[in-house]
Ligand binder design. Sequence first.
Ligand SMILES: [Zn+2]
Length: 120
Amino acid sequence: MSETLKLIHQAKIDEAARIAKVLANPTRIQILNLLGQSRLNVSELIQALGSEQSTVSHQLQKLRAYELISQERIGKSIYYQLDDPHIIDTLNQLLAHVDHVLLGEDHSGRHVSKSIDVDE
Ligand SMILES: [Zn+2]
């Protein structure tokens, strides 16, 4: 039995923990949720989040530093996008699990992507 159990390589588990830590922030989860729906610039994110520019810029910088999002200049605006399918899937799985926990849904594997309401 035990010889069939496999541990994750240390470097890989360290990286997984590092990425999980970046995800462990409400504003960053909300930004990823929004960018999962559309490519957005800072102004659009500020409006959607109802947050200060400094907060949004700081979190975008962090998400970019950890390569969870990318940016692209279009005209005079810089747009942010979530273009990594693993991160999109991870976010969707996390939110589906949250629905399962909050709403008592089963583990049907059904794709449940629910936006989190912004407190205003
Ligand atoms: Zn679950």
